[in-house]
Design a protein around this ligand. Structure first.
Ligand code: ASP
Length: 339
């Protein structure tokens, strides 16, 4: 019989391992491991061997940060040679940001990194955590795809293409502009999932740290002075959430403010308020004016991927021009290049 694969499980926190309390669910150290120990299905022959490392403190993913992403990447790198695959248990609220950030930090990944969690704790009768974790372990061992992925509700997604779409339902994630990698139905079906070639030399990790980034959601009647003030703060990058294919109001003051900020070296990225489709600033005069003001197209990236990419790029201390170029370049499958 083939030797069982070994999977490292990093438990960062989130609902999956939480315990009910009078104040609602809370993370309690040791509780997740104890719950899993008492579930015989996790010791089935087809499930790989696994080792759980509970982080201290366990957090609600609302408290995730660039520092925590870096620490997570270092943790995985340190155990990279000892395990065949990696699972990160994480709260759903910021799971797409973490998946996007890790996809940029890891270079030359040749093993799967699957992030999962649940909407109901694993210890509860109707938990979705049981299927999410069992399937993640199964897929990691038997259908390894060397990317940073999210497994949720029977689907394996490219992590940097996801967004949290449902606050309560089990179908918490969506990949609006890229097909799922694997569909786990009666059979495990590969949809867009393939194992990518990795180069010799093994995994390397890039740097990611705190940067001054903001998001502004446009709406009719927005006072340009609000934008002007925002751009006066010590800002390095701004994500503008625009209409449709990347349009904004034809407010001369607003456009002038944007232009001046781009000229000062602030990266301004145009992301659509629409979930599906791609920004195309040549579509309408209202979008073209933004491009003339130096605004960079976010193409079909999710807002989460753009934020993570900005953190990553700004942490490399490269020039404004290079960052601008890399923002519209496909680094880890996070965008569909325009041909
Ligand atoms: N608030 C929780 C978190 O993101 C929700 C979850 O785990 O799904 O940590």
């Amino acid at each position: 019989m083939a030797e069982k694969k070994r999977v490292y499980i990093a438990y960062t926190g989130g609902t999956i391992g939480m315990k009910p309390s009078v104040n609602g669910y809370i993370p309690v150290s040791g509780y997740l491991s104890e719950t899993i120990n008492n579930m015989s299905e996790f010791y089935h022959n087809d499930i790989p061997e696994f080792e759980i490392h509970e982080y201290d403190p366990l957090i609600d993913s609302a408290d995730m940060s660039p520092q925590a992403w870096q620490a997570l990447a270092v943790d995985i790198q340190q155990r990279y040679d000892k395990f065949d695959a990696f699972i990160i248990l994480h709260g759903t609220d910021t799971m797409s940001y973490t998946a996007s950030a890790l996809s940029f930090i890891f270079e030359n990944l040749s093993k799967p990194v699957i992030i999962t969690g649940s909407q109901i704790p694993l210890s509860q009768l109707r938990s979705d955590g049981r299927a999410n974790l069992l399937n993640s372990l199964y897929v990691a061992a038997h259908h390894p795809i060397n990317e940073v992925c999210i497994f949720f509700n029977n689907q394996l997604f490219r992590g940097n293409r996801t967004t949290k779409q449902h606050a309560n339902g089990f179908s918490a994630f969506l990949s609006p502009n890229y097909p799922v990698l694997i569909e786990a139905g009666i059979e495990i079906k590969y949809v867009a999932g393939t194992t990518q070639e990795s180069e010799e030399g093994g995994l390397t990790i890039g740097k990611i740290d705190q940067q001054s980034i903001a998001i502004l959601h446009l709406f009719p009647g927005l006072n340009w002075l609000v934008l002007d003030n925002l751009l006066k703060s010590p800002l390095q990058a701004l994500v503008l959430l625009t209409y449709g294919v990347g349009n904004a109001q034809q407010d001369a003051n607003l456009l002038k403010t944007l232009k001046a900020a781009s000229e000062r070296g602030i990266l301004i990225v145009n992301c659509s308020q629409c979930l599906q489709g791609s920004v195309n600033m040549d579509g309408y005069a209202t979008g073209h004016a933004l491009s003339d003001a130096g605004v960079i197209s976010g193409l079909d990236m999710t807002t989460e991927a753009v934020i993570a990419k900005l953190y990553y790029l700004l942490s490399q201390n490269e020039s404004y021009e290079l960052n601008k170029k890399r923002l519209i370049t496909d680094l880890r499958g996070e965008l569909t290049p325009v041909v």
